[in-house]
Design a binder for this molecule. Structure first.
Ligand SMILES: Cc1ncc(C[n+]2csc(CCOP(=O)(O)OP(=O)(O)O)c2C)c(N)n1
Ligand SMILES: [Mg+2]
Length: 533
């Protein structure tokens, strides 16, 4: 006897989707019953947490992850984290139960009357199978679609009575065929386009590359490094794309572009040709007047996302596979005799100072203490600038952040990233405000003995909103101070090994011990100077 549930489990297993993140309710019991022993279920205590954990996990494993949520209210709670996953282009297969089909008309408890609408517009696609026997095929559709560029979350609503339905022989046969199908994505980069762009780069005096998270997501990392080196281009990361796209310790790397249009054109002054690859052009914010590009600079945009190509305000765009494009350019570029551009200033050494610490002093100490292969997850408001400047990992998939900027990503994503990369140190670089949105991820970290290290810059405020208040000339805004948070006590109450550091020496020592402890999570809280102070 094969039930829909058996077929669903077989489908997920054959796609390597055996780690599920979730928060269940009674509408999910029918899919979770007799949960197979080769699967694991990672529980989050509020829906933002499993979605954020799955996001971090999927990004680091470079494979989709399954999220198992509870009907309408669970999906509602998940929405902020789903938004992040959508902008991060993370392939997530999100499912939620729904009331039995024959009880939905009366809006019985658990009924999600319009289940596929709830996660929109932050999923690529949402479906509820028309009938129980279609469930495996609809889920297979979801799995393939989530991984098609641009990748992203998809949603399938599963009426709870579907799971126990028995499939007949014909249905089993077609389910097997669907389960075994493979979908691969290939796109060549036409040689005449590569030759054309390569000629423009060869002719440029001072080219620049602007990269983004898609360089890492779609396997173009090595080719883009080679392209930058061959062309002696300065390299920046585009604002808000979730991953750096380039080694942050590379001599050509200049950091992340500040997001305002005027700021970007100032940073790019002196560059006659800019090639933006694997990033949207650009995620501008706030509105900083100025031209999009400096006078005399032209921009070529290479993206695998047709919408990114269509909406950019400047530059000619080519929609193409990123790795093929970078390799195609490399094959066509000549040797250059243009001089090596200057490098960005080195990070200052560790300063011996007592708290409250200036962000630059804190993150210089942290950046120089953590091992080179540390995987960083940052969600730290006004501290991000100092983190970007002082923490310079050199490998791919070493610096995650929420491309969407929705708080509540950092902590769960760091838990998921550590699960995905158990042998790497994972350090979550957090603001005290950002810590609170998905704080129950601390329970999951402690419960599953996930050995990440969390460093919190506690300035007792939403510092960055105060900074923006200055830029936007908005005075007298309430709700920007956060007095009375006891992050060490809160973390300890969830079972996390939590400490207060009072000096950079203590930060260094606690961080070394925390990273060395592979048996449990560690939290280090550090008082930092307020933005206004
Ligand atoms: C879900 C969500 N709510 C609110 C915001 C607005 N927001 C952006 S940054 C920020 C404050 C971050 O404060 P903190 O983490 O303490 O860092 P700080 O700026 O103080 O260094 C807030 C509230 C957001 N981005 N996402
Ligand atoms: Mg703060």
């Amino acid at each position: 006897m094969t039930t829909v549930r058996h077929a669903v489990i077989d489908l997920f297993r054959s796609h390597g989707l055996t780690t599920w993140f979730g928060n269940p309710g009674s509408s999910e019991l029918s899919i979770l019953e007799d949960f197979p022993s080769d699967f694991r279920y990672v529980l989050g205590l509020q829906e933002m947490v499993p979605v954020g954990m799955a996001d971090g996990y999927a990004q680091i494993t470079r494979h989709p992850a399954v999220v198992n949520l509870h009907t309408a209210p669970g999906m509602g709670n998940a929405q902020g984290a789903l938004y992040n996953a959508f902008v991060n282009k993370t392939p997530l297969i999100v499912t939620a139960g729904n009331q039995r089909r024959n009880m939905q008309n009366q809006y019985c408890l658990l009924t999600n009357v319009d289940a596929t609408t709830v996660p929109k517009p932050f999923v690529k696609w949402a479906a509820e199978p028309a009938t129980a026997s279609e469930v495996p095929a609809v889920l297979a559709h979801a799995i393939h679609l989530a991984q098609a560029p641009p990748m992203g979350p998809v949603f399938v609503s599963l009426p709870m009575d579907d799971m126990a339905v028995e499939l007949d022989d014909a249905e089993i046969a077609s389910t097997t065929v669907v389960r075994e199908r493979q979908v691969t994505h290939h796109a060549a980069f036409p040689d005449h386009i590569a030759a054309d762009i390569a000629a423009r780069i060869d002719a440029a005096t001072s080219p620049a590359l602007i990269v983004g998270g898609d360089i890492e997501r779609y396997g173009a990392w090595d080719a883009v490094i080679a392209l930058a080196e061959r062309t002696r281009s300065l390299v920046w990361t585009a604002p808000l794309t979730g991953l750096s796209g380039f080694p942050e310790n590379h001599r050509l790397y200049q950091g992340t572009l500040p997001p305002g249009a005027g700021w970007i054109s100032e940073a790019l002054t002196g560059r006659d040709l800019v090639v933006a690859i694997g990033a949207p052009v650009f995620r501008y914010y706030p509105q900083i007047p100025g031209p999009y590009l400096p006078e005399g600079t032209s921009l070529i945009h290479i993206t695998n996302d047709p919408d990114e190509a269509a909406r950019a305000p400047v530059g000619d765009a080519i929609v193409a596979d990123l790795r093929s494009a970078a390799e195609g350019l490399l094959a066509n570029i000549g040797r250059t005799d243009r001089p090596m551009p200057p490098t960005r200033p080195a990070v200052a050494g560790i300063e011996h100072a007592t708290t409250p610490l200036k962000p630059e002093i804190l993150w210089a100490a942290v950046g120089q203490t953590a091992p080179a292969d540390t995987l960083w997850v940052s969600e730290a408001g006004s501290n991000e600038a100092a983190i970007g400047n002082c923490v310079r990992p050199g490998g791919a998939f070493s610096h995650l952040s929420a491309a969407g900027g929705g708080l509540g990503f950092g902590l769960p994503a760091a838990v998921g990233a550590q699960l995905a990369a158990p042998d790497r140190p994972v350090v979550a670089a957090m603001g005290d405000g950002s810590m609170q949105y998905a704080i129950t991820a601390l329970w999951t970290a402690a419960r599953y003995r996930i050995p990440l290290t969390i460093l919190v810059a506690s300035n007792a405020e939403y510092g960055i909103l105060k900074q923006f208040g200055g830029i936007e000339q908005a005075a007298g805004v309430p709700g920007l101070d956060l007095p009375g948070l006891d992050i060490v006590a809160t973390a300890a109450s969830y079972g996390v090994d939590a400490h207060e550091a009072h000096h950079t020496d203590e930060v260094v020592q606690l961080l070394q011990v925390g990273i060395a402890d592979r048996d449990q999570p560690t939290l280090i809280n550090v008082r930092t100077t307020p933005v206004s102070g």
